[in-house]
Design a protein around this ligand. Structure first.
Ligand code: GLY
Ligand code: MN
Ligand code: MN
Length: 415
């Protein structure tokens, strides 16, 4: 395991300062504060430092401010640990005050003085120009980030390994969720990367379905989308199983199509490739499979361009993953015109080495989405009616872009 050292933080901070290229003023990167649960007395949501602060300070304590000024370099201000905290939470070390090398938050105001201030991180008025620079610094993952992502991926693998033997009719979605999450936390995960999705039968057609007490039935598809987090770094994996162990012919065709769409998309992942072209590569395979299934009519190219394929594959093929399940978003100058026929792609950039992405094609039969389009003539509506309650299939991998292709980070979870 590559441990965090001051050299890593210094490199991140130096790269950030070089990108900003400021000659005056100060920048305050704000960690954020605990958020109380409304009406619940002293209860608060689990605290997560803003990703920009965590990246530059590697600290999960609320209230902190990492400051930068060209004249002073980087100075870290931290809320001092109190005796009360040592009594009730005990998480902030074993002594009162601030860690070595940091200053009490109370000294920040005098340090800033009358200099102009720009804010980042959890600040409501975050500076877009500075954020754009930091987004570009954060995209290539360094070795500490990759080490944490690999731990998250291994915890996630262990979770799916424990899950699979439990998949049987009569079990509930909730039981599977609990087993999966427990295994994540027993195997190196320290948090969930996002709310676990366990969706059986028609529930699998809801993209972010929350598990319920409903029982699985033989013949159902079961879609599980889950990931562990380690020290802020995420894994994000989806697999789709047959309850009872055997896919029907239609389920097998859809599963195989989604698997091939993923493989085709992953084969396209290399430096220089535009993300919408990765999506298109997957969508063409999806369209072909939907023609074979009998629900679409036409050539794959036409079906992708007309948006017909998007009716069944209604989300982008993936997203940056790393520091959190959504790593950096798009910079303000990266907004792109939507590609005709494709769904909205939030981060549509060219791939570069050391970026990490999910690749997660899917095919779903989503009744409310289809109801709006009923009548269009590239869809065989009678065939579609036969697939009522089908649910959906998604298969999600995480890839790390290398100098000439990509490495699969989640290969150890069987498809
Ligand atoms: N886990 C939600 C997603 O795949 O983006
Ligand atoms: Mn996912
Ligand atoms: Mn994802």
């Amino acid at each position: 395991m590559i441990e965090m050292t001051s050299a890593f933080l210094e490199r991140r901070r130096a790269a950030t300062a070089a990108t900003w290229n400021l000659d005056s003023g100060v920048v305050l990167v704000v960690a954020g504060d605990e958020i109380p649960v409304p009406g619940r007395g002293d209860r608060a949501y689990p605290f997560r430092a803003h990703s920009e602060y965590l990246y530059l300070a590697d600290r999960e304590r609320p209230g902190g401010v990492l400051a930068y000024a060209p004249a002073d370099g980087w100075v870290e201000f931290v809320v001092p640990v109190t005796a009360e905290e040592l009594l009730w939470t005990g998480l902030e070390g074993d002594h009162e005050g601030v860690p070595e090398g940091t200053r009490p938050l109370g000294e920040l105001e005098a340090w800033v003085g009358d200099r102009s201030v720009r804010r980042l991180g959890a600040a409501a008025d975050a500076d877009v120009e500075l954020r754009d620079g930091l987004i570009r610094v954060r995209r290539p993952k360094d070795d500490v980030e990759l080490a944490r992502m690999r731990i998250a991926a291994e915890a996630t693998r262990a979770g799916f390994e424990e899950l699979v033997p439990l998949i049987a009719s009569g079990r509930t979605e909730r039981e599977l969720q609990v087993a999966l999450e427990a295994a994540f936390l027993r195997n190196g995960g320290d948090f969930l990367a996002f709310e676990t999705i366990v969706a059986a039968g028609d529930h699998a057609a809801v993209m972010h379905f929350s598990p319920t007490a409903r029982k699985l039935r033989d013949g159902d598809l079961l879609l599980v989308d889950a990931g562990a987090e380690h020290r802020g770094y995420a894994s994000d994996v989806t697999r789709t199983y047959a309850v009872g162990g055997t896919f029907t012919a239609e389920q097998a065709l859809v599963h195989d199509t989604v698997r091939r769409a993923g493989e085709t998309a992953i084969a396209a992942c290399r430096p220089g490739t535009e993300w919408h072209d990765v999506h298109r590569a997957a969508a063409l395979v999806v369209a072909e499979g939907l023609v074979e299934l009998g629900v679409l009519r036409g050539s794959p190219e036409t079906l992708v361009e007309s948006g017909a394929a998007t009716l069944f594959f209604p989300h982008g093929v993936g997203h940056p993953v790393g520091l959190g399940v959504r790593d950096t978003g798009a910079a303000s100058d990266e907004a792109r015109e939507p590609v005709p026929g494709l769904p909205r792609i939030r981060v549509d950039i060219a791939l570069q080495p050391r970026q990490a992405w999910t690749v997660e094609p899917g095919i779903y039969i989503v009744p409310p989405l289809l109801a709006r389009e009923r009548g269009r003539d590239d869809v065989d509506w009678d065939r579609l009616d036969e697939l009522d309650g089908f649910g959906g299939v998604r298969l999600e991998q995480n890839v790390l872009i290398t100098d000439d292709g990509c490495e699969l980070l989640t290969a150890a979870v069987p498809l």
